[in-house]
Write a protein that binds this ligand. Structure first.
Ligand code: AMP
Length: 213
C-alpha cells in the first residue's frame, strides 16, 4: 500500500496514520515529525525549519523535497509507505511524482480526512503534545489521567507553538491556498478517497480501511 494522507491541520492525520501504518505494516512518514525530531536534536535541518514552523508557514520546498527524497531512499519503503503531511503544494506533488516514477512505485491512493474550520480551531487550540513520544492529547476531549503528563510515557505535555490560535488560522489559510488544489488534482486522476474526520478514532480507522479496500 502506497498511500498519502491529506487533510487540514487538526484533522487527526497523525493519529490515523499510526493506526493505518500498523494495519498495512508500512512505515509512517510524517514530514512534520521529521522536522520536530530535527528541532529537538538541534540539527542544521531543524534550525532551517524552526522559524517557518513557528509561524505556521511551509518550510521551503528545496529543504522539504530533499528530505523526502532521502527518506524514500530507505529500503523500508519497498512494501509501501504512508506519507503524512507531504505533499502540501503543487511543486511538492510534482517532485513526489518524479521520485515515485523513478522508483517505479506508483501511488495506490490518497485519503482525505474532511473536517470544517470551526472544529479544527477547537481541536488544535486544546491539543497538547508529549515532548517525549510526540503523542497528542486534548485538554477537553482526550484528557490525560494527570494534567500535563503523557499517559503513554509520562513525558511532559506542551502546546506546540503552531497550535496557538493565530498560527492555526495561518496554517488553515495555507492549506486552503496551497494544499487543497493538490487534493483536487488527485481527485481528477481517480486516486482520491474521502472520509469524515469526525467521530471516534477507531471508527475513523475502520472507515479509512474500508474506503481503501
Ligand atoms: P505537521 O505536523 O504536518 O502539521 O507539520 C508541522 C509543520 O512542519 C508545518 O506547519 C510546516 O511548517 C512544517 N511542514 C511539515 N510538512 C511540510 C511540508 N510538506 N512542506 C513544508 N513544510 C512542512
Amino acid at each position: 500500500m502506497r498511500l498519502i494522507l491529506v487533510g487540514p491541520p487538526g484533522a487527526g492525520k497523525g493519529t490515523q496514520a499510526v493506526h493505518l501504518a500498523a494495519h498495512y505494516k508500512i512505515p509512517h512518514i510524517s514530514t512534520g515529525d521529521i522536522f520536530r525530531a530535527n528541532l529537538k536534536n538541534g540539527t542544521e535541518l531543524g534550525k532551517q525549519a524552526q522559524s517557518f514552523m513557528d509561524r505556521g508557514e511551509l518550510v521551503p520546498d528545496s529543504v522539504t523535497n530533499e528530505m523526502v527524497r532521502d527518506r524514500l531512499g530507505n529500503t523500508d519503503v519497498a512494501n509501501g509507505f504512508l506519507l503524512d503531511g507531504f505533499p502540501r503544494n503543487t511543486n511538492q506533488a510534482q517532485v513526489l511524482d518524479q521520485i515515485l516514477a523513478e522508483k517505479k512505485m506508483p501511488l495506490d491512493a490518497v485519503l482525505e480526512l474532511k473536517i470544517d474550520n470551526a472544529e479544527i480551531v477547537k481541536r488544535l487550540s486544546g491539543r497538547r503534545t508529549c515532548r517525549g513520544c510526540g503523542v497528542s492529547s486534548h485538554v477537553e476531549f482526550e484528557k490525560p489521567k494527570v494534567a500535563g503528563v503523557c499517559d503513554k510515557c509520562q513525558g511532559e505535555l506542551y502546546q506546540r507553538e503552531d497550535d496557538k490560535e493565530e498560527v492555526v488560522t495561518r496554517r488553515l489559510v495555507i492549506y486552503t491556498e496551497q494544499t487543497a488544489p493538490i487534493v483536487e488534482f488527485y481527485k481528477s486522476i481517480g486516486l482520491l478517497k474521502i472520509i469524515s474526520a469526525l467521530g471516534d478514532v477507531s471508527e475513523i480507522t475502520k472507515k479509512a480501511i474500508s474506503a481503501l479496500g
